[in-house]
Design a protein around this ligand. Structure first.
Ligand code: GLC
Ligand code: CA
Length: 548
């Protein structure tokens, strides 16, 4: 038997060699977002896990993505789906073991896939040993200094220290028995860390190195814009919809101090050549976003403007243009996102209640997303054209938003329903019959197996698009130039030296439009009309004349 330590060294060498091949692989990579609870269940308990993921890695290879972004899988009481971390250097037993993680990473690397993982630095679980210790420690003690504990306002300190609201509703402060309050931007079970405390900085240095030493290729930094709080903790402006973090001058988020902490992360990453980090940053302006990807900070930050854009050419153009400009100023590529485990699926967003319309539009949106310069984040199930499951029985709901909103907001469970792999009835080959969220019978025709056999399926469309993208430096690594186009039509040219241009057309108008002249269709999100005309709610890629 080989010595496990030697085996680990081999695995690390493979990982490093893969990155050394192209150290800036991350700039135009296509990342596939895995929400571990819902991807694949290896042991039949109805909950996705790491062995399940390993067993389905070939789906990612066949799809043609470059990397996995694996959502939170750490030891956690699961109040917020694992984003309440009790031990950042261990795997939650629900998902498997560290050995399962190593096996998954090795299997991914063998297939040429990079592995990137979540890091959750803004808060920990209230079950984290630090917080347990802080609760029994006295006000002002070093154990409390790792968090943001304050005395309250008003007589007896009975009022919270300020008026901040939590992102899942309610006050952002919770009171402990001795009368002090602690800050939690998310649920009360997710106390915010105090990044002014060098002990916190040192702990995350350890966490980052722990995973980088196991061969991971990159990080996704959860709530990267939350890691610094203003001093003093001034009140926020209460907007009509409390709980929405995306407002200008919100003192809870996007404070200047975050950048120093992110530079610290970058210094660690730079000692592991070819690794990267992407930030989850929700800010209003493209310019504020660009500050996170200055040369000594994060490599990437999600560009959420396509998430916020309404369906259609005008909104898409504004979103794309603003992001490209702001990122170009700091020399960083964009990272295009249409959805993730927190955001309703495009099929549902674009359908206005009509799933088929939504699916047509989501397929068109995918061809736009996959053509743009920069990197792309796909979310599991979007390659299958899944819709949100917005009719989950209320007793099944797990998102803390449901309880915290007094049963008025269902939250994000509808985008987290397990993936249908095969067969024609739930659980569709996912694993155990009793899936943690029930799967709808209407997905019978949408399994990966069924779609792989159908050349016109959404899965086949994604595979073909990724195959073309991989072979075409014009896409992802190219430059974008807008073309003149009729109203409600988006048109641009993707160019790379020495290659024919690829033109991308998206028709969000009500009428068919003529295709570009002197260009041949490469791929379309739906059937083209007579003479190659582009019907409504359709996008197409066209290949221009050879430049030679
Ligand atoms: C991020 C995660 C989300 C989580 C929140 C709190 O937004 O994507 O799932 O609830 O952070 O950690
Ligand atoms: Ca399982």
């Amino acid at each position: 038997m080989t010595d496990p330590a030697a085996r680990t060294q081999d695995a690390l060498a493979t990982a490093a060699a893969l990155r050394a091949d192209r150290p800036d692989w991350w700039r135009d990579a296509v990342y596939y977002t895995v929400y571990p609870r819902s991807f694949a269940d290896g042991n039949g308990d109805g909950i996705g896990d790491l062995p399940g993921l390993t067993s389905r890695l070939d789906h990612l290879v066949d799809l043609g993505v470059d990397a996995v972004w694996l959502g939170a899988f750490y030891r956690s009481p699961m109040v917020d789906g694992g984003y309440d971390v009790a031990d950042h250097t261990d795997v939650d037993p629900e998902f498997g073991t560290l050995a399962d993680f190593d096996a998954m990473t090795a299997a991914a690397h063998e297939r040429g896939l990079k592995v990137t993982i979540d890091v959750i630095p803004n808060h920990v679980s209230d079950q984290h040993p630090w917080f347990v210790e802080a609760l029994t420690a006295a006000p002002g003690s070093p154990a409390r200094e790792r968090f943001i504990f304050c005395d309250g306002r008003g007589p007896g300190g009975d009022e919270p220290p300020n008026n901040w609201v939590a992102c899942f509703g309610g006050s952002a402060w919770a009171r402990v028995p001795d009368g002090q309050w602690y800050l939690h931007l998310f649920t009360p079970q997710q106390p915010d860390l105090n990044w002014e405390n060098p002990e916190v900085v040192a702990e995350y240095d350890r966490v980052l190195r722990f995973w980088l030493n196991r061969g991971v290729d990159g990080l996704r930094v959860d709530v990267a814009h939350g890691m610094a709080k203003p001093n003093p903790l001034r009140d926020m402006t209460i907007f009509p919809e409390p709980g929405q973090p995306r407002v200008a001058e919100d003192p809870r988020l996007d404070q200047d101090g975050v950048h120093e902490h992110l530079r610290g992360f970058r210094r660690v990453l730079d000692t592991y050549p070819g690794t990267m980090a992407v930030g989850e940053v929700w800010v209003e302006s493209d310019e504020r976003l660009a500050r996170y990807v200055r040369p000594d900070e994060l490599h990437l930050t999600f560009n959420f403007k396509l998430v916020e854009a309404e369906w259609g050419a005008a909104a898409y153009r504004a979103a794309i243009d603003g992001s490209l400009r702001a990122m170009a100023d700091v020399g960083a590529p964009c990272s295009w996102v249409l959805t993730n485990h927190d955001i309703p699926r495009p099929v549902t967003r674009y359908g206005d209640g009509d799933i088929e319309l939504g699916r047509r539009r989501a397929r068109a949106a995918a061809l736009v997303q996959l053509s743009l310069p920069g990197s792309v984040y796909l979310y599991q199930g979007d390659e299958l054209g899944l819709d949100n499951v917005d009719d989950l029985p209320v007793e099944a709901l797990r998102d803390p938003t449901w309880e915290n909103s007094g049963h008025t907001v269902r939250g994000r469970d509808g985008v987290r329903v397990p993936i249908p792999w095969s067969g024609d009835a739930p659980p569709y080959g996912f694993g155990g019959a009793d899936t943690w969220l029930p799967m709808p019978t209407r997905w019978a025709g949408l399994t990966a197996e069924a779609q792989a056999a159908d050349a016109d399926s959404t899965l086949s469309l994604h595979r073909r698009a990724l195959e073309i993208r991989r072979a075409s430096p014009q896409l992802g690594r190219g430059t974008l130039t807008w073309l003149d186009s009729p109203a409600d039509v988006l048109a641009y040219r993707c160019a790379a030296e020495g290659h024919p241009d690829i033109e991308v057309w998206l028709n969000s108008s009500a009428d068919s439009i003529a295709p570009p002249s002197a260009a041949t269709p490469l791929l379309a999100s739906g059937p083209l009309g007579a003479n190659g005309s582009i019907p409504p709610d359709t996008a197409a890629w066209f290949l221009g004349p050879d430049p030679r």
